[in-house]
Structure formats: structure tokens, C-alpha cells
Design a binder for this molecule. Structure first.
Ligand SMILES: Nc1nc2c(c(=O)[nH]1)N=C([C@H](O)[C@@H](O)CO)CN2
Length: 145
């Protein structure tokens, strides 16, 4: 089987309403966030099997990221981006994440403002296998929905 380390599963323009911001008035409302994520992973097994259980499931990623944004209620976009990428690397079998989080309504004169970060996993092969098994179990449950 052909293996590659440069495959990507991506999410573009995920919209989440969450408490975010430094100022007191921002703590009392929700604002829209626009999130792009690129998860570098090996898709070769799913490419052959055509089985979602072998894939890094982008539906699960979207559900998790939306829930984490609402939970975290960060002041800074930097904090939110750091927390989300740590959680994604801990849960999903990927070795690199590029994540951008934008506030499209924060600055009237700008289309959007935000941050983009890149983070790498420091996982051993064993840890990666454990995450793949957990993902497979998660995906099996998703099949039933
Ligand atoms: N680098 C950042 N600068 C600013 C942030 C931020 O999260 N990162 N946040 C704000 C305010 O919350 C702003 O969005 C209100 O308009 C200001 N600067």
C-alpha cells in the first residue's frame, strides 16, 4: 500500500457562535467565528477501503471544534486557537495541524481579523495506533446515527 505523510483532511469556513473577546461588552454576547482547519494525516487506508471507519472523520472534527469553542469562552483568539489545536492533536491521528480562527464582525473596516497557527504532534507510533483505534470506535458509533 502507498503511504504518504502529506495528505490533508480539511474544514473550511466552519461557523460557530461563541463568547469570545477581551472587552466586558463582548463577554455578555456571542459573536460569529470562522474556522479553517487542515489536519495532516495518512489517508491511504481510507482511500483503499472506502470505509469511514478508516478515515479521520471531518464531521466529528466539526462537532468537537464547535463544542470546544462554546465551552472555552476565550478572551483572545490566540488562546482559543492554541487550546483547539492541542485538543485536536490529542484526539485525532494527525501529525500537523494548521488552524485559523477569524472574527468576521469585530472590525467594521475589515472583512475579518484573526490568527493562524501551526502545531505538530509529538506522538510515538504506539500513541498514534491508540488514537486510530479510538477514532475507529468513534466512527463506528457515528455509522449508527
Ligand atoms: N491579537 C489579538 N488582538 C485582539 C484580540 C485578539 O483576540 N487577538 N481581540 C480583541 C478584541 O476582543 C476585539 O475583537 C474587539 O473588537 C482586540 N485585539
Amino acid at each position: 500500500m502507498f503511504h504518504t505523510e502529506s495528505d490533508v483532511v480539511f474544514v473550511k469556513g466552519l461557523k460557530v457562535e461563541a463568547v469570545i473577546g477581551v472587552y466586558a461588552w463582548e463577554r455578555a454576547i456571542t459573536q460569529p467565528l470562522l474556522i479553517d482547519i487542515a489536519l495532516e494525516t495518512d489517508i491511504s487506508r481510507a482511500a483503499v477501503s472506502d470505509d469511514v471507519n478508516d478515515a479521520l472523520n471531518y464531521k466529528a472534527v466539526c462537532d468537537d471544534v464547535s463544542a470546544w469553542c462554546k465551552e472555552i469562552q476565550a478572551k483572545l483568539l490566540e488562546h482559543l486557537a492554541g487550546q483547539i489545536s492541542d485538543k485536536l492533536l490529542a484526539k485525532y491521528a494527525c501529525h500537523k495541524i494548521t488552524l485559523s480562527v477569524a472574527k468576521p464582525t469585530a472590525i467594521t473596516q475589515a472583512d475579518a481579523v484573526g490568527v493562524q497557527i501551526t502545531r505538530y504532534a509529538s506522538t510515538s507510533t504506539d500513541e498514534l495506533a491508540i488514537k486510530e483505534a479510538a477514532e475507529e470506535a468513534n466512527n463506528s458509533q457515528a455509522d449508527d446515527v
